[in-house]
Unconditional design. Structure first.
Length: 325
């Protein structure tokens, strides 16, 4: 049977551009856009990753150092979906650079005549400027507002689904380590949101008028300890789940970094988690959202079998996420 993107859309069909269609959130969004008969362009710094969409996906460079080329890549675009960010400071990327690059992207979009920007931020982005990740997200939101381009700001906390990192790597730890240590008492909360629901929310806000904002959260709220217990039960694994002083838990995580060739968690990520910055009082913003418990049960045989490395995704720009460890 032909796929939904075997027939090219009409040339007057709206063109949606997104950062990183070959990555995580971008891949789910690209599938949804193409299924809705829209034209899709990605601007990416990983143009040589395997492309499952073939000629249906127009690939252009994410040329932050060449604003004119970036503007050219955005000409004719109706909506820009921006998922670009970095998770932590690294020798190859950092928050300050990401903020500057985001400003460059927004200015290029304005010059190119982009009608609307749908931007992915983080829950409570304006409430934790003492944490560099959140401060950076706050600065980027302000830069988007200052650009004058009509926009939507969507704020997820934890995304899960195909190729996610946090939920998968909690499951990996449960499978491979003899104990699971939680930071402090583990009573801080989070609201995981499925990546396909995130794509649905992005598309819905692409069609809205004016500047909009939404918390992107799932239907289930867990304390962190409850989340680990729930995943262990679904996987059929018995492990001691032990409270640990945050400094000790962070030291253990850092000891794993060289073996996993990754940064398992940073001090600021731990602090944000322990402040319940990944929680929200608002209802889930999409109809019939995917429940983490249902999804994990359906994918229990694969969940956490392989570790998912953030550093590998950032440094290996030619491999698919499926093949990276």
């Amino acid at each position: 049977m032909p796929s939904s993107h075997d027939t090219p859309p009409h040339p007057h069909t709206p063109l949606h551009a997104l950062t990183g269609a070959l990555g995580y959130t971008g891949r789910s969004l690209t599938e949804l856009l193409l299924a809705n008969g829209l034209r899709v362009r990605t601007i990416t710094n990983s143009p040589n990753r395997p492309n499952p969409f073939g000629p249906a996906l127009d690939i252009r460079p994410l040329a932050f150092q060449d604003p004119a080329a970036l503007e050219a890549s955005l000409r004719g675009v109706d909506v820009l979906h921006n998922t670009y960010w970095v998770r932590f400071n690294h020798k190859l990327f950092n928050f300050n650079e990401a903020v500057s690059n985001s400003r460059t992207l927004f200015h290029a979009a304005k010059r190119a005549g982009v009608r609307r920007i749908v931007h992915v931020s983080i829950l409570h982005s304006q409430e934790a400027d003492d944490l560099d990740y959140y401060r950076g997200k706050h600065l980027v939101e302000n830069a988007l507002r200052d650009s004058g381009v009509p926009h939507a700001i969507l704020r997820p906390g934890v995304l899960f689904g195909r190729h996610d990192i946090l939920i998968n790597n909690i499951a990996w730890t449960l499978r491979h380590l003899p104990v699971f240590g939680v930071f402090g008492d583990g009573q801080y909360a989070l609201r995981p949101f499925h990546v396909d629901d995130m794509a649905r929310l992005m598309l819905a806000h692409a069609d809205q008028q004016g500047d909009t904002e939404s918390d992107a959260v799932g239907p289930e709220r867990f304390t962190f300890r409850e989340l680990v217990q729930t995943l262990a039960r679904i996987l059929g694994i018995r492990r001691p789940i032990l409270p640990m002083p945050p400094t000790l838990a962070l030291t253990v995580a850092r000891c794993l970094n060289p073996f996993l060739r990754d940064t398992v968690i940073t001090r600021q990520e731990m602090q944000g988690l322990m402040r319940s910055l990944l929680d929200s009082p608002h209802p889930s913003p999409v109809p019939n959202p995917v429940r983490l418990t249902d999804w994990a049960a359906q994918h229990a045989s694969q969940l956490g079998v392989r570790y998912h490395s953030e550093v590998a995704r950032r440094t290996n720009r030619t491999a698919s996420y499926e093949s990276l460890r």
